[in-house]
Design a protein around this ligand. Sequence first.
Ligand SMILES: [Zn+2]
Length: 443
Amino acid sequence: MSGIDPFILRRLPDWLAFRRDLHRHPELGFTEYRTISKLAQRLRPLGYTLRLGPDAISREAIIGAPPASAIEAAKAQALASGALVEDVERMPDGTTALIAELRRSEGPIVAMRFDVDALALNEDSSDMHRPRRLGFASAAPGLMHACGHDGHATIGLAIAEFAAQNDTSWSGTLRLIFQPAEEGGRGARAMVEAGAVDGVDLFVALHLGCDLPSREIACAAKSMMFSAKWDVVFRGTAAHAAGNPENGRNALLAGAQAVTALYALPRHGCLATHVNVGRFQGGTARNVIADRAELEIELRGEAAAALDHMERRARWTLDGIAAAHGCELVVTEMGRTIGAETSPPAASLIRAVAEALPDIERVHDDWPLGGGDDAAFFMHRVQDQGGLAAYLILGSDLAAGHHAINFDFEEADIGIGVRLMAGVLAAATNGGFSFSDERRRTA
Ligand SMILES: [Zn+2]
């Protein structure tokens, strides 16, 4: 592994500047115009072949896209802050996905997934918060990189540079997948449908943090949650609240009963489940029977059977409440995650690479992810094709938990992530690793 340190040491300051720039300009799922263009601008000169927009993500398979007005506003914002017109034009309708590929020789295809979206959150404005203190806190009110995806995108860029400019120890093809809309479980499935991981021999996704300290890594994520995200709408009939309420059909009352009924759903006997109603809105005025109520809900389970249990009962409950109030019910799926298991040979490969790196002090077989990640859709597709898939966790000391307003991670861990992923690329492709046992390619 000699020769790695000088390049990383030399490039790290620029990578951290890139990360801070992304942190300052967070973008929500399917509006990552600036982020993707900034990546594309850096990847092109390195010799990567780029697939952008509908070439990288299936328009038809996108679920949970923001309204067209939000997409147009994000485009304008991106163009005003450094995105290229030609990049933005290649990503219509929120198709903000990028696949960068570098083919060096015949040989295995190694794919790495980096999610790039931010969250709807107001970043901490106190001086205790390092991004604020150092001047790179979010410049977009209500938006924040609070899960470390700015770090993921930066690691992806850094790997791209490292593989193209410095590392002669790998062969085959490196495919870097920059995924929109991981939050809410929306982007990956649509990228799978566009063939993002077709032909891949080894797929690796990574996540920073997850309560694993700096200088520790886990070769696999355990208990990746199954989840379903629904928008629920009750449609009723408006009427005068005192004059003739009997003519109304009260959608707000139906919604209110739905909130409490969902939290009270009978649970699975042996599998963990979660339910959350994160948004509830209804009605128009004090003296009007409300004709509309909207809920954003999320159901989770630790296994497919657990989520299935929750989805079925949630649906029965919502149907019953709608019927009781004479309201129409519309349920729209806005996102979904599934579980996935890291392929054992891939975990062994990661362990061998990590154990040889002096910066990594402890290697865990697995570690709880603490949520879901739609990277599982990539993993399943790769494994179904006979390839290997892994989800590794890169430890990082966090200022606060994921999705908190004062979330921040240890930036030096970006260097460790680059070194680890570059090591995995080399070890998987330099001829010493056998994919053969696991490979049953089905064309
Ligand atoms: Zn995340």
